[in-house]
Ligand binder design. Structure first.
Ligand code: NAD
Ligand code: MG
Length: 404
């Protein structure tokens, strides 16, 4: 039997991270599945991280928030601090390993870059990495001859439909499907007033909080359009979005001869995670299989760009290039956090992202420091705007209570 493939799982305590471990458990545990987890990284949940390390016999772990480490029960290598996921990759990665990148947000960029530099293939869930730093990540991956295997379900679908394709000249366009989220069919003004509870109630997918909010605002689709642009090296004009409420078809490739290939499956991230891990092979999957007797039709709708403006913005972000993606992404990350903390209304997310992209100068990207600077500038800009909004709110509350 060949050696098991070494896996480093970044973002192990999150939704994709736990699903990745479930996939390995389902495939019969590490020995049977042909994988050996050699590193785990997470943000804050130390106890869960150590439990995972014990179960999977992992000697090296990393936690971004050092203040959450408790006790000294873990006897292996423990890295802490904001750069610890990158440090973990640098410490344990060997050429040919698989890094599953499932950290949320641009915090995952430098660990992905370190994985590429170490010659590891990357199963990429962390779409923010490509949105912000695709212009650096893609050429670096191709120089090193490593594979970026998409975990995002739509991109996994397109990746599967592109097998056998002989280049861009054969492709008319890619179509990414969107469930429509919890606010499908509602008008813009109603959506703008949505509460965190309403926005967190996704109709078809169960995911981490940030991507669930992105799905409600359609920012997730916007990020996915940019992700597809980088992964498949296609211009904005060849990438489209269609609403498909059942989330059964995940993506299409329309070829120039009129043929359209689509990939289907139940809405469960374990399927694309497993495919990214076992590619180019397929193994028995752990998500439930399609039940054709329960499915009588597949529905499609055009996306309402008036109610959900981010996808149009994403096409513009692709055309503008440079640091536009990093600004677009970072502004959204801060705005989503503020919305979840009840500091801004739902509609404020789009307003802040729009202000950031229109106000912060977009510069060319030659090094990671350009991305980091744009990311920091966008975060500072949005935080300041949120500060202004909260003090205005506090003033108007004070005035109305004085008056009343
Ligand atoms: P989540 O919030 O459930 O998990 C995020 C993980 O990242 C956690 O383990 C957290 O501890 C870790 N983390 C956060 N900051 C960190 C840091 N600075 N250093 C190290 N670890 C850190 O999020 P999720 O839903 O699992 O999503 C993860 C990524 O996958 C996101 O980029 C998301 O867009 C993408 N994705 C998720 C889904 C899904 O179904 N959940 C689908 C497609 C793509
Ligand atoms: Mg997706």
């Amino acid at each position: 039997m060949s050696e098991p493939r070494r896996v480093i799982l970044l973002g192990s305590t999150g939704s994709i991270g736990e699903s990745t471990l479930d996939v390995i458990r389902h495939m019969g545990g590490q020995a049977e599945a042909g994988f050996q987890v050699v590193g785990l990284a997470a943000g804050t949940r130390y106890e869960q991280l150590v439990k995972q390390a014990e179960e999977f016999k992992v000697d090296s772990i990393a936690l971004a928030d050092a203040s959450r480490v408790e006790g000294d029960a873990f006897k292996g290598e423990l890295l802490t601090g904001p750069g610890s996921a990158r440090g973990l990759v640098e410490s344990v990665a060997r050429e040919g390993d698989l890094v599953v990148a499932a950290i949320v947000g641009s915090a995952g960029i430098d660990a992905v870059m370190a994985a590429i530099d170490a010659g590891c293939d990357v199963a990429l869930a962390n779409k923010e990495t490509l949105v912000a730093a695709g212009s650096l990540v893609m050429p670096r991956a191709s120089e090193r001859g490593i594979r970026l295997l998409p975990v995002d379900s739509e991109h996994s679908a397109i990746f599967q439909c592109l097998q056998g394709c002989n280049g861009e000249k054969e492709i008319s366009r890619l179509v990414i499907t969107a469930s429509g989220g919890p606010f499908r069919g509602m008008d813009r003004e109603t959506i703008r007033k949505a509460t965190p509870k309403e926005a967190l109630a996704h109709p078809t997918w169960s995911m981490g909080p940030k991507i669930t909010i992105d799905s409600a605002s359609m920012m997730n689709k916007a990020l996915e359009v940019i992700e597809a642009h980088w992964l498949f090296d296609l211009p904005a004009e060849k990438i489209d979005v269609i609403v498909h409420p059942q989330s059964i078809i995940h993506g299409f490739v329309e070829y120039v001869d009129g043929s359209v290939l689509a990939q289907m499956g139940p809405p469960d991230m374990k399927t694309p995670i497993q495919y990214a891990m076992t590619w180019p092979h397929r193994k028995d999957g752990c998500s439930h299989k399609m039940n054709w007797s329960e499915l009588s039709s597949l529905a499609f709708e055009q996306l309402d760009h008036e109610a959900f403006p981010p996808v149009m913005q994403a096409l513009e972000v692709i055309r503008r290039g440079g640091t536009a993606g990093a600004i677009f992404n970072a502004a959204n990350e801060v705005a989503v956090e503020a919305f979840l903390a009840n500091s801004i209304p739902f509609g404020g997310i789009h307003d802040l992202v729009t202000e950031a992209i229109e106000s912060i100068p977009i510069r060319p990207v030659t090094a990671l420091s350009d991305i980091v600077k744009a990311d920091e500038d966008a975060r500072a800009f949005v935080r300041e705007r949120i500060g202004c909004m909260s003090s205005l709110n506090a003033e108007s509350t004070a005035v109305s209570s004085e008056n009343g």
